[in-house]
Design a protein around this ligand. Structure first.
Ligand SMILES: [Zn+2]
Length: 190
């Protein structure tokens, strides 16, 4: 896979001018991805109506994210959810006690940071994918930071996303909370 042509374009969702456009060459051809640094919405050129990519995303995605879907130029946009195991997570989360005009709960960005697990406690956190090994970091769910809908950039900065400018893994949480169960969807090709 080859990445080329990163640039900032105008966002279809919030009309801001900080939407990050990237182009990848995969076995199936060129894929373009967009991630807006203002509103945090993302899509890619495979997310067309009735496409396999869109159906898979809908299958793996939490209801809140599905509810926030927007459509522009034949592509479905969703708020992103990012997991960086060494740094933490960003995901959209409903805010208790709020209500939008449609009668739904309003939402904000939540940032959870990864923290070190003390060595003597690591045995409590076995890594299911690598039997016999243990996690060294865990998500600090007790210390959440919230950011406004149009402050995705601040949330990303809080997480330290820009310290290493590579393509993040796009994880879409199916269930947010204690269980730590996640559906994973990679948009970067095979
Ligand atoms: Zn935007």
């Amino acid at each position: 896979m080859e990445q080329s042509g990163d640039k900032l374009v105008n966002c279809s969702c919030c009309k801001g001018n900080a939407c990050y456009e990237s182009e990848f060459t995969t076995e199936e051809g060129k894929i373009k991805t967009w991630l807006c640094m203002t509103c945090g919405f993302t899509t890619n050129s495979t997310m067309t109506e009735d496409s396999e990519a869109l159906n898979k995303t809908l299958e793996l995605t939490a209801d809140l994210i599905k509810d926030l879907r927007q459509n522009y130029d034949g592509l479905a946009w969703f708020p992103t959810a990012i997991t960086m195991p060494d740094k933490g997570m960003i995901f959209p989360e409903p805010v208790k006690g709020t209500s939008t005009l449609e009668g739904k709960q309003d939402w904000q960005w939540t940032v959870v940071k990864a923290i070190d697990i003390p060595e003597e406690e690591q045995e409590k956190y076995p890594d299911p994918r690598n039997p016999g090994t243990f996690y060294e970091k865990r998500m600090d769910m007790k210390n959440l930071k919230r950011f406004n809908k149009l402050s995705f950039m601040d949330a990303a900065e809080e997480l330290g996303m820009f310290e290493k400018p590579t393509t993040p893994v796009y994880n879409i949480p199916k269930k947010i909370g204690k269980s730590g169960e996640f559906g994973t969807s990679s948009i970067s090709g095979k």
